[in-house]
Design a protein. Structure first.
Length: 651
């Protein structure tokens, strides 16, 4: 049986080889095309000024914008007779039920033939040609290509640090090359409003875009088949608003300073005026209204909010948030648009038309899909491009996750999803609290945005990281030659080597319980502390580090039986940039019966060199005792810092 199977496979392989077919990976385009077949030996030389022809096939829409693009893009085609690039565009050009954006591209001796049902498809064919051309002559081939998802986005936070209009336009060019088609524009937040609206000119204080700037960005994006989705944060993330409009605060005491009062009508009236103007300005069918991280403490204390809760028959502050989002959803829907909100909009009940953008991992998205809502996946565990992409000691300041290119690339959006028709697509998010300059902004984007593009475009099951990484190295070179800053894959260090393999341990059956604070009597079992793995660069997400938001921690390890112990230690991280600090004060104890503990005379030893303020430390040392129980107590002292421990090592 086994033999027969392998013979069949061999026959298949031979068959495809004799037809000259190459594996899909042989096409150097990012994102990977759906189908690529070599069409024999040889290649076609395309040079700037090469001629093109364009035939419309059942398409009414004017071709001038498309012509303008192909004549001015890197291919610099010119219209002419005996054309070497021949477009046929229109519903009858591509007789198939392929998704929107599909195209066929054939390269042979006589030139290049492109067929697509729409300008969008032809545009993507041109992007594939541009990338093929970057490798020199274009090999004879047949490509059939189409997107996996209709929504393939990047979010740019231009609030925490402002990006000029020119810097945004530059990223739209790179997005086009990657066939990304949504730019989610995060334009209001705690720090500022980055848009000057006629109805709220008072909000434009610092750097901002005028409506003409916005119109220019939208038009530039539209010419590249990119939709610009605006985000106006409601009801949280509004410190900037409340500074200018303190009358929108809850009455009484404020616990937080960035959430407006749901009991008052004025904030609703203000935001309805804002949304009306924003929705008129942005042609996108989507309107993102934030909805995330709205602290509910003010609403608990505010008499007006309490009154609203009572009057509307709501249960609590969570339903009050849901009431707020529901009103906004009604307003947005009444204007013929679709509301998107971050996954917190599900708290207290999800508004009927809402599309959920799932950012806290994938669970919120899975839940919303289960309820029949449309979802865009932007899980921080895979697609948050503000997270560090290499060893923290060689990287600029970044949030505490480790999100290398490979992790982004390996994201499979449909894992755990029963109704993929509700999954609109994926998006990489670049928050900019720590991203100050344009160069840094691009450094975080590229090449990880390549991986986002491939996750959103290429067929399920077509991934091959090694091939992708080689293509990404090449495309980074192309982008650099065009003045972009990219993370350097050639000097990628990778995850902490010591964290990749299990360390030797006295027993595989140890059990660790962590007690947080001095009043914790029950503790919580924490297997990560005795799993045999040291911590890597990730401090959150898929991490092996354990932390507690308290000063005093006790960890008890039960080895299961009395054993000869020769070494006891614990590993901590010291990272000044993020205010993580190894505890200055650690004490070890051992016990035979779990009742009477003897202290161990062990000091603190520095393990790794301090590089850019980052170091890993081991508290511990050699001992010679018999015991069943090991106890570690540590205290972060008076400084407000977090202590992260990865492993309690007993040998
Ligand atoms: Zn209130």
């Amino acid at each position: 049986m086994k033999k027969l199977f392998s013979l069949a496979v061999t026959a298949l392989l031979l068959g495809s080889m004799s037809l000259g077919a190459q594996p899909t990976g042989a096409c150097p385009v990012i994102p990977q095309v759906a189908r690529y077949v070599s069409a024999g030996e040889g290649s076609f030389n395309l040079s700037p000024g090469s001629t093109y022809s364009l035939k419309l096939s059942g398409l009414k829409e004017d071709a001038s914008a498309f012509k303008a693009y192909i004549e001015n893009c890197d291919l610099a085609l010119t219209p002419g007779k005996k054309a070497v690039v021949r477009f046929i565009i229109g519903p009858s050009a591509l007789k198939s039920n392929l998704p929107e954006g599909a195209y066929k591209l054939e390269v042979g001796k006589k030139g290049i033939d492109i067929r697509s049902a729409s300008y969008e498809g032809a545009f993507y064919a041109v992007q594939s040609l541009i990338q093929l051309q970057q490798h020199g002559a274009i090999p004879y081939c047949r490509i059939e290509d189409y997107p996996r998802y209709g929504y393939r986005g990047l979010m740019f936070d231009v609030v925490r640090h402002f990006r000029s209009k020119e810097a945004v336009l530059k990223q739209l060019d790179a997005m086009a090359l990657l066939k990304l088609n949504v730019m989610h524009f995060h334009i209001t937040d705690n720090e500022a409003w980055r848009i000057k609206l006629d109805c709220a000119p008072e909000m434009a204080i610092e750097d901002f875009y005028t409506k003409d700037d916005i119109r220019e960005i939208i038009a530039y994006a539209a010419a590249r088949h990119i939709d610009v989705v605006p985000e106006i944060e409601i009801p949280g993330h509004n410190r900037a608003l409340l500074k200018v409009h303190p009358e929108f605060y809850c009455s009484g005491d404020h616990v937080v300073d960035n959430v407006f009062c749901i009991g008052k009508e004025e904030p609703f009236e203000f935001f309805f005026r804002v949304l009306e103007e924003v929705m008129e300005l942005f042609p996108s069918q989507f309107m993102h209204i934030g909805g995330d991280e709205a602290d509910k403490d003010n609403w608990k204390l505010c008499p007006l909010c309490r009154e609203r809760i009572q009057k509307e028959g709501l249960k609590d502050e969570f339903e009050l948030q849901s009431y707020c989002i529901g009103r906004v959803d009604q307003f947005v829907s009444a204007h013929g648009k679709r509301m998107i909100g971050w996954d917190e909009i599900q708290e207290g009940g999800l508004s009927p038309n809402a599309t959920v953008m799932s950012w806290r991992g994938t669970s919120g998205g899975l839940k919303a899909i289960g309820m029949g809502h449309d979802v865009i996946m932007t899980p921080n565990t895979y697609l948050y491009l503000d997270y560090g992409q290499d060893a923290p000691w060689k990287e600029p300041a970044a949030f505490n996750y480790y999100l290398p290119l490979k992790t982004v690339y390996e994201y499979e959006p449909e894992d755990g999803i029963d109704a993929p028709e509700h999954l609109l697509g994926v998006q990489g998010n670049l928050w900019t609290e720590l991203v100050v300059t344009d160069n840094h902004f691009e450094y975080m984007l590229y090449p990880r945005a390549f991986a986002v593009a491939e996750v959103g475009w290429s067929p399920k099951g077509s991934k091959d990281f090694d091939t992708f990484r080689e293509k990404a190295r090449f495309l980074c070179g192309v982008l650099r030659s065009k003045g972009y800053t990219c993370f350097d894959l050639d000097t990628e260090y990778g995850d902490r080597p010591e964290s990749l393999n299990k360390i030797p341990r006295i027993t595989q059956n140890a059990k660790a319980v962590m007690y947080i604070g001095s009043n914790d009597k029950t503790g919580r079992e924490t297997p990560a502390l005795v799993d045999g793995y040291l911590g890597g660069w990730a401090m959150k997400g898929k991490t092996r580090w354990v932390t507690a938001n308290t000063r005093a921690v006790t960890i008890d390890v039960d080895l299961g039986e009395v054993m000869d112990i020769h070494y006891v230690g614990a590993e901590f991280v010291d990272y000044k940039l993020r205010r993580f600090q190894a505890p200055p004060d650690t004490e070890f104890f051992v016990s035979v019966d779990g009742k009477n503990y003897e202290p161990l005379p062990i000091g603190q030893i520095k393990l790794s060199p301090d590089r850019q303020g980052y170091a890993i430390l081991i508290a511990g040392g050699t001992v010679n005792v018999q015991a069943r129980y090991v106890r570690l107590k540590y205290n972060t002292g008076k400084v407000r810092v977090r202590a992260f421990i990865s492993e309690l090592i007993v040998n």
